[in-house]
Write a protein that binds this ligand. Structure first.
Ligand SMILES: Nc1ncnc2c1ncn2[C@@H]1O[C@H](COP(=O)(O)OP(=O)(O)OP(=O)(O)O)[C@@H](O)[C@H]1O
Ligand SMILES: [Mg+2]
Length: 338
């Protein structure tokens, strides 16, 4: 398995430093000695399939789960020996919803402010500021039960920021939301970075979302297999992705290899290969391939292609999609029953 070299590191001292972080669950090694650094103001993403170890990593960094081995410092504080200092420096948005939907939006925030020991006047001022920031000020006195999925997520973000953390951890911030709401939520996240210069560490298995990150670590089976900016990662693919459906893939593959020096692989009845300047090459491909071409497409590489290149697998499989749908369904039933 190829491991990408790390790109240019942003300047300044890192705000998250992770070295050899490991977590076992019994015999299962869920996170296998990962190391990386995150710099102040960065949006840093962990991208990987279900079960890759994303939540386990985030839970360790938030002091909710003890590492089996390795070290980490957040805002200069040691994860294990300075737990309380770490906790004061971070905010967390869980993968699963964690609001009390029998309370109003403002009551949820007030409860959190009390837990963090914010004085009443400070709490009031921040609640107001943050509710305005996530566009929920007008709905502050309504029960969270009546909120849409996107509104709940925005409220969770406001809550995660109440104690003005230096780092905000977001575990799958947009899971289960429709594409439009996801887009909307991202505009809040990007705005937030601009307004508060907050550092964000998030996990996702949505390729398109990972594109918003300044840098991404691709994680698979508990290991970081690549870490870089989205565009540098995509450069690794080595050009545009061409897909070709023909009457005889074996013959076509041979001819492509002969004339263009690349070896196509077969995926679901299609030949797939990467080549620089793909668009200009299409006419030549059509000319050189004697098998009948049913379809041909060219596109810029995506992070999905990077994942395939590194692991030989797609990040999203149908099974995972079904699991997620099911999870959303169970969640809606759980809420419905209250
Ligand atoms: N409490 C636990 N006890 C035992 N095994 C666990 C526990 N939590 C996670 N695991 C296992 O550890 C591995 C990593 O899980 P983790 O939740 O970190 O993955 P993830 O990348 O967050 O996945 P997803 O995209 O589904 O949220 C998986 O194999 C999972 O089954
Ligand atoms: Mg997870």
């Amino acid at each position: 398995m190829a491991v990408a070299s790390e790109g240019v590191r942003p300047a300044g001292a890192p705000i998250i430093e992770v070295e050899g972080l490991t977590r076992h669950y019994g015999k299962l090694e869920a996170v296998k000695g990962i190391s990386f650094e995150v710099y102040p103001g960065e949006i840093f993403g962990f991208l990987g399939p279900n079960g890759a170890g994303k939540s386990t990593t985030i839970n360790m960094l938030c002091t909710l789960l003890r590492p089996t081995a390795g070290r980490a410092r957040i805002a200069g504080y040691d994860l294990v020996t300075q737990r309380n200092k770490v906790r004061e420096s971070i905010g967390l948005i869980f993968q699963d919803p964690s609001l009390d939907d029998r309370l109003t939006a403002d009551e949820n925030l007030r409860f959190h402010a009390t837990v963090y020991g914010l004085p009443a006047a400070v709490s009031k001022q921040r609640r107001e500021e943050l509710l305005k920031m996530v566009d929920l000020y007008d709905r502050r006195d309504q029960l969270v039960r009546t909120f849409s999925g996107g509104m709940k997520r925005r409220l969770e973000i406001a809550r995660g920021l109440l104690h003005y953390p230096r780092v905000l951890f977001l575990d799958e911030p947009t899971i289960g939301l429709d594409p439009q709401t996801r887009l909307h939520l991202w505009s809040y996240i990007l705005n937030l970075r601009q307004q508060k210069q907050i550092t964000m560490f998030l996990t996702t298995h949505y390729m398109d979302e990972a594109e918003y990150c300044d840098r991404i670590a691709i994680i698979d089976h508990g290991k970081i297999v690549a870490l870089d900016t989205p565009s540098r990662l995509k450069d690794m693919v080595g050009g545009d992705v061409i897909r070709l459906r023909t009457s005889d893939n074996a013959v076509a593959a041979q001819q492509i290899k002969e004339h263009f020096g690349v070896e196509p692989r077969e995926n679901k009845g299609e030949l797939v290969f990467e080549i620089a300047g793909g668009e200009e090459l299409v006419p030549r491909i059509v000319e050189k391939v004697t098998a009948r071409i049913a379809s041909i497409s060219v596109r810029r590489p995506t992070l999905d292609d990077v994942f395939i290149k590194l692991t030989g697998r797609e990040i999203r499989d149908e099974e995972a999609d079904a699991r997620e749908l099911m999870r959303g369904f169970m969640r809606s039933r759980r809420w419905g029953r209250r």
